[in-house]
Design a protein around this ligand. Structure first.
Ligand code: ZN
Ligand code: ZN
Ligand code: ZN
Length: 804
């Protein structure tokens, strides 16, 4: 008998991103087309199926099963076993109800922006979901923010409370339908409803104001609610919009008065605001959009994309109010992340779309809390009754040197797993103090949670708590250790200590820049041990607590023997008043000028910003070295140069001075003027090289005194920094380091610096790794902490196992 004609049966188990992405209908269609019998079901580990039929058909079924999976799926592991043929197997292929139990190895998909087919239905007057703000299908819609536990089924999502109408149920149960098992499926007859509430009209109704099953509230009612919100925006009002992962605050981005009102109420002084437009055409009329930026804007993740604005705009495009991104020639732009946003924005001018919170607090996502916290900030609310189970802010990305650099990783990206170089113990890492995001690692994967915010308030600590709890439960991780930064003052480390004590597991501390380096290696599939020989991590950053107790941030770490060694760093300089200097870069500038032995006369913009009494006080403080914190931070050196040029004597948000310096430099011919290169002190033995920035600063001040335009000096300073990076890496290579360089740390959010460094490093014969999965800033820190932490646990293990 022909072997291919013989009946066979196979059992296939798949893990990865295989639930909530249309995987079972894909299997059903494939099996049905080939005339195979069997079944498929979700289980806690992913998807499991059995197929039975003639050998050739089963082989065809299995051939490229993983690689032809639906667009949102990502198959991690696939196991195929031979099982006995079932002579009584029913005809045809079935999709079985979900099995519960077992260990979760499945991955939760992120929230996905409306797909083109759903958008077409939204716009089609003949479609039953015309104008319905919650249209979605197996290829799009909310996922991470509505999932309470696994396996992914409607009963374990915040759609549980919405009983499907017969038509939705028919779509949901039909394997040939594009909504087959789309868990959030809904329509005006059965799904969530939208309503509008004016703050002036009294308390905000946070549950639907009309009884369930009142179709009027969902259909024409939704249109009326959205239209009233649009009216409010047209009049210059500020509206709180309940979105996918939390509330947004919206207003007309072309109205100076509206933007000012929003800023005043939110307490957000200068930090740029993101803008939403409904199409790429409008985006390209307010900023320059490259083909790659277009792809990102329209991509299913729908992040905020940082775009450059030409300084001398022409044409008749909408004009954003200056207060949207004051003093910057970059602006964050996104396309509507949900059908509700699409309906809201259509035909309106660009809208400010910023997180619904008071400055520095986490995004509001619980209705009652949002009504209380946001009512003082807005004129009206646009609400709906699909609960948000998990808060998730907008992601922010930037195209740098032709590829994507995450700046904030949240909606659309979290919680996609990152495949690690190998297995290891389970750990929880809590990140740093700013831009906190946590990471759980288990087996050969790491899950970096969504951006939580700056851990400076009780609210953010609460958010950290909930996120950790949710991720650990969702991914079934029982951590053997908690990992935190070395910094003695971080609230996140304090929180980690309490968590570790409550579970009776060790708290491990990892050095800040070693974590940055490890994160970069991890996203490229390396560990410290498997890093390319003599890998050089260039960590240019704001603040990181050093192993020696100093504040660092201009570090060159070299991987060798499974360790990272600090082989070069910036020459330290004093930060008078520590944190006060970070808020007031003119103070940092004075510290830098003082350390360089330079005068700081009144006419320098940095010093002119302060009163003569303040200057005198600062001079005495520096002379006597009182309350001056020494730092080797490149981020602070950028602050100082920005302040010397008069750009940002004081700042209202993190990295403001550096961002303004970059914008100034980007508008000018490269490299501007020649700014003296760094001196590199020759070190002996294994002592780290000390990179001396004093000639650079002297050169900056000399150019300023020679009345060279500030933009040219800014570009010249960037060029000098690039030379410093290349020269130092070359010296390290001469001293035995390798030829692969990694760029990490918050300073590398600077597109100009990254692009010029890449060119120069490539020209000098280096291969260069940059961030594409987690941010170069502290948002990526937890990934590195997790990777380093599990090495520490593994090292401790033999000792624990064998007390002798
Ligand atoms: Zn869709
Ligand atoms: Zn329905
Ligand atoms: Zn950092």
């Amino acid at each position: 008998m022909n072997a291919a004609a013989e009946t066979v049966r196979r059992r296939v188990a798949l893990s990865g991103v295989v639930q909530g992405v249309g995987f079972r209908p894909f299997v059903w269609r494939r099996a049905t087309r080939l005339g195979l019998a069997g079944w498929v079901e979700n289980d806690a580990a992913g998807v499991v199926l059995e197929v039975q039929g003639n050998g050739a058909a089963v082989a065809a079924f299995l051939d490229d099963l993983a690689s032809s999976a639906p667009p949102l799926a990502s198959v991690g592991r696939i196991d195929v076993r031979v099982v006995p043929v079932d002579p009584a197997a029913p005809e045809g292929f079935a999709i079985l109800a979900t099995a519960v139990g077992g260990r979760a190895t499945v991955h939760v998909p992120p929230d996905i922006a409306p797909c083109p087919v759903c958008l077409a239905e939204l716009a089609d007057p003949g479609d039953r979901r015309h104008g319905y703000p919650f249209v979605n299908c197996t290829d799009c819609g909310p996922r991470f923010t509505i999932i309470e536990s696994l396996p992914y089924d409607r009963d374990r999502t915040s759609m549980r409370g919405f009983a499907m109408c017969p038509r939705c149920a028919a779509e949901y149960h039909d394997p040939a339908d594009r909504r087959f098992h789309a868990e959030p499926v809904a329509c005006p007859a059965c799904g969530p409803v939208t309503w509008y509430a004016d703050v002036a009209a009294g308390p905000i109704p946070v549950s639907r104001p009309t009884p369930r099953r009142d179709a009027a509230a969902a259909g024409p009612g939704a249109a009326a609610a959205i239209e009233t919100a649009r009216e409010q925006l047209r009049r210059g009002g500020v509206v709180a919009i309940k979105g996918v992962g939390g509330y947004h605050l919206a207003c007309d981005a072309t109205s100076a008065a509206a933007v000012k009102r929003l800023r005043d109420r939110k307490g957000r002084v200068g930090k740029p605001l993101a803008v939403m437009v409904t199409d790429v055409g409008t985006a390209s009329r307010i900023a320059t959009v490259s083909p790659q930026e277009r792809t990102l804007l329209e991509g299913r993740e729908r992040p905020v994309v940082l775009l450059r604005r030409p300084s001398h705009r022409s044409g008749d495009g909408p004009r954003l109010a200056d207060a949207v991104a004051p003093g910057l020639d970059v602006v964050g732009v996104m396309l509507p992340p949900s059908p509700l946003h699409q309906l809201l924005g259509a035909g309106l001018p660009p809208l400010v779309m910023t997180s619904g919170n008071l400055a520095e607090e986490p995004i509001a996502h619980v209705d009652a809390d949002a009504a209380t916290r946001l009512a003082p900030l807005v004129d009206a609310f646009l609400l709906h009754d699909r609960p948000i189970h998990v808060p998730c802010d907008d992601s922010v990305v930037r195209c740098i040197a032709g590829s994507v650099t995450p700046i904030r990783r949240a909606r659309g990206y979290a919680p996609l797993p990152i495949r690690l170089a190998g297995g290891g113990p389970a750990v929880l890492a809590v990140g740093g103090e700013l831009k906190a995001a946590i990471c759980v690692a288990r087996d050969d994967m790491a899950i970096v949670g969504q951006h939580v915010g700056d851990v400076a308030s009780l609210e953010t600590l609460d958010a950290l708590d909930r996120t950790a709890d949710h991720l650990l439960r969702l991914f079934d991780v029982v951590p053997e250790a908690v990992v935190a930064d070395l910094h003695p003052g971080y609230l996140s480390a304090e929180w980690a200590g309490r968590f570790a004590a409550s579970r009776g597991i060790p708290l491990l501390r990892v050095q800040h820049h070693e974590a940055h380096a490890a994160a970069l290696l991890a996203e490229h599939g390396y560990s410290i041990a498997t890093a390319p020989g003599g890998f050089i991590a260039v960590c240019l950053d704001g603040t990181g607590f050093g192993r020696d107790g100093t504040i660092q941030g201009g570090e060159f770490l070299v991987a060798s023997g499974g360790m990272l060694q600090r082989r070069a760093h910036l020459r330290p300089f004093p930060l008078p008043g520590g944190d006060a200097a970070i808020r007031h870069p003119w103070r940092t500038a004075c510290g830098v000028l003082h350390a360089a032995g330079l005068d700081w006369p009144d006419e320098l913009p940095a010093t002119a910003a302060a009163s003569s009494a303040d200057r005198e006080l600062l001079r005495r403080q520096l002379d006597r070295d009182v309350n001056c914190v020494a730092t080797s931070s490149m981020g602070r050196l950028f602050d100082a140069v920005a302040a010397v040029l008069g750009l940002a004597p004081s700042v209202t948000y993190e990295a403001e001075a550096a961002l303004k310096l970059e914008c100034l430099a980007a508008g000018c011919a490269w490299p501007g003027v020649t700014i003296a290169p760094y001196a590199c002190a020759a070190a002996t033995g294994n002592a780290p090289l000390v990179v001396d920035w004093r000639p650079t600063i002297a050169s900056v001040v000399a150019a300023l005194r020679a009345v060279v335009p500030a933009a040219e000096i800014a570009a010249g300073f960037h060029a000098a920094t690039v030379r410093m990076i290349v020269d130092t890496c070359t010296r390290l290579r001469d001293r035995g380091a390798g030829t692969v360089v990694g760029l990490t740390g918050g300073v590398f959010q600077n597109a100009l610096l990254v692009e010029r460094s890449l060119d120069a490093l490539h020209a000098a014969g280096f291969e260069v790794l940059t961030h594409h999965v987690v941010p170069p800033n502290d948002g990526g820190l937890a990934l590195g902490q997790a990777v380093l932490g599990r090495t520490l646990v593994a090292r401790e293990r033999p000792a624990l196992a064998d007390p002798a």
